[in-house]
Each structure stands twice: as C-alpha cells, then as structure tokens.
Design a protein around this ligand. Structure first.
Ligand SMILES: Nc1ncnc2c1ncn2[C@@H]1O[C@H](COP(=O)(O)OP(=O)(O)OP(=O)(O)O)[C@@H](O)[C@H]1O
Ligand SMILES: [Mg+2]
Length: 324
C-alpha cells in the first residue's frame, strides 16, 4: 500500500489522519477556537466495517483529503456510494457521519442551520427572559453542513446524499460555501452581542459557541456527495470537486468477497447465486445488496425454492423485466 494513502480501505481503525499534511495554501482555513473531535463511531457500523472499496475510490478519497476538496461519487444504485462515507469515517476515526439527504426541495439554508423564531416567541410569552438578552442559541440548530464547517481540529465527514435530486441552484450555492469554508448566521450577526451557544446536528447536548455570527472551518471536512447520474453538473462545479465513479464488482471473485465480508459463514455455498447474479446483471442493473439479500434468504429457505426465490429478489432494476 503506497505510503501517501491515509485511507487505505483496510476496514481497521488507525490514526493515519494524523499524517495529513497542511493544506495547499489556497485551501487553508483559519477558523477557531478549535473544537475537539466529536466522540462516537461513524454510525452504520456494519456497513462501515464490511465495505471493500475499489483502488480508484481509495485513491480519490485520499486526493479529496489532501486537496481539501469535496468528493463527487457517481455510479449505479447499490455500488456503495453512500457507504463509502461511513467506511472512511470509521477507518480514520473521524466521528459520526453528518448525513444530509437531498431532495428537490432542499435549500442551502436547510444544510447550514435552522432558526426557530416561533418557539422563541412562545418562550418569551410564557415568562422567559426579555427578548434582548435571552439565550437565542437555544433556537438555532446547525444542520449537517453547518456542523461540518465548525472549526474542528480534524475533518468531519459530511455525506451530501443524492445531490443529483436537488433543485438546479443547490450545487452552485454549495460551491460558494465550500470555496469560503464559512457562512454567516444573520440572525446572530445583526445582534448587539453576536455570540451564542447554538445546537449542532450531532444530537441532543451538542452545543458550540458561535462568535461574531459567523462559522469558519479549520480542518476542511471530507464532503462526500453522491449522485446516481440523474443530472449533469456545471463545469464550474466539477472543477472544484475530486470525482470518482463506482462500478459494479468486476468479477465473481470480487462479488464473493463482498458477500463473505457481510455474511461470514452464511456465505458458504453461495457460489451459484453469485454466478446467477453476475449473469443477470449482464443484461440490466442489479445492486449488490440484492445479492446479499438473496444469499441470506436462501440460507433459510428450502432447497427446492432456492432458485425461484433468488430470482424474485434479484430482479433487474433496469433492462428486461422478465424473470427468466
Ligand atoms: N464494495 C462493496 N463492499 C461491501 N459492500 C458493498 C459494496 N458495494 C455495495 N455494498 C453494499 O451494498 C449496499 C448498498 O450500498 P449503498 O447504499 O452505499 O449504495 P449506493 O451506491 O449509495 O446506492 P443508491 O444509489 O441506491 O443510494 C450496502 O449494504 C453496502 O454495504
Ligand atoms: Mg446511496
């Protein structure tokens, strides 16, 4: 394994992130005061510890870490685009993945923070402190993007999941934030005292101090943006990303290794299903987890039902729909 690779895809946790060199000068950020790394695992432990990335994916993850650039991960359904984020967070001990699922209604502001003026109003009405000095931070919750850009000493992992489902403006809006590595919270910035302890996307209890109404990152997060290719991205967006395309496993040996990683001994005698999956995927899209489901189910089903059952589970997602 070449020495420069911090993330190796080896599924074993290590402190390789400590070897991450300073950023290129054009991607250096100076937010502070520094926050300690968040505690807790990446979330999704089984997926994170069973993931077998391609060499290309390993290399591009490292490129994104070194260059402090977002990683755009494309590929067909079920090729492990989302799981990659959890696998990196687990191996490098980067804490819980900040998950931001994108829909056509998602705005930049949703990812940055939410301010809840109504609850604030009710709190004041019900005998809370006067509006000028009450704790406004209780009504501001940073979103996954907003939390990832806090001045952590180590990069957080932000999964911007299915960015191709977004409204047309979101990729460009994101670009601006990723270029600057900072954002403002106007509701705080315009106050006489623009500092507050706000909530984060890390769940209850996670509160951090925002000063001068602005959040600026220190270690740029590892941003993993996934796309099923439902949309083309503008060149200005692409040139600021590191990109990687994930593919279906290249051969039966690779597929078998993935099945064994997930199912251990339950994967014994699954060669026929792997072969069948591989044959069927030649004429249409099949996702790896369909094979995992089929192998698991067939271990519990009667031998006679095995083939028919597997075919029902391994239906092609595109291409001919007949189950031959
Ligand atoms: N290379 C791999 N090694 C181990 N498991 C894998 C691999 N690729 C996919 N899987 C498994 O397949 C399942 C689907 O992965 P995941 O949800 O990350 O795919 P995806 O590309 O994000 O799919 P979608 O486009 O539908 O969101 C997961 O259970 C994952 O663990
Ligand atoms: Mg996904």
């Amino acid at each position: 394994m070449p020495d420069w690779l911090l993330y190796t895809g080896g599924r074993r946790r290590h402190d390789g992130i400590d070897r991450l060199p300073p950023p290129p000068p054009w991607r250096a950020f100076d937010g502070g005061p520094l926050l300690p790394p968040p505690s807790g695992g990446s979330g999704n432990t089984h997926q994170a510890t069973t993931y077998r990335p391609s060499d290309d994916a390993v290399q591009q993850v490292n490129a994104a870490l070194y260059l402090r650039r977002p990683l755009l991960v494309t590929g067909p359904p079920g090729t492990g685009k989302s799981t990659l984020a959890y696998a990196v967070a687990h191996e490098l001990g980067l804490g819980p993945v900040l998950h931001w699922p994108i829909t056509s209604r998602t705005t930049l502001r949703d990812g940055l923070y939410q301010y809840d003026p109504l609850t604030r109003l009710y709190a004041a009405r019900d005998g809370g402190a006067p509006a000028s000095d009450e704790d406004i931070g209780r009504f501001i919750r940073l979103g996954p993007l907003g939390t990832a850009l806090l001045p952590y000493a180590r990069p957080r992992v932000l999964l911007v999941d299915e960015i191709d489902k977004s409204d047309i403006d979101l990729p460009n809006d994101l670009l601006t934030v990723f270029e600057k590595g900072e954002y403002e919270i106007p509701e705080l910035a315009r106050r006489a005292d623009p500092s507050a302890d706000v909530m984060t996307a890390d769940g209850p209890g996670g509160r951090v101090t925002v000063t001068a109404g602005t959040v600026r990152c220190n270690a740029f997060p590892l941003v993993v943006m996934t796309s099923n290719g439902e949309r083309e991205f503008p060149p200005a967006f692409l040139r600021r990303c590191v990109t990687v395309e994930l593919r279906q496993p290249a051969d039966e040996a690779e597929l078998s290794a993935i099945v064994r990683e997930h199912l251990g001994d339950l994967a014994d005698r699954s060669d026929d299903l792997v072969r069948r999956f591989f044959e069927r995927s030649a004429s249409g899209t099949l996702a790896t987890d369909q094979l995992l489901n089929a192998v698991y189910l067939c271990r519990h089903a009667d031998a006679d039902d095995r083939e028919a059952l597997a075919d029902r589970i391994m239906r092609r997602l595109t291409g001919p729909m007949d189950d031959d």
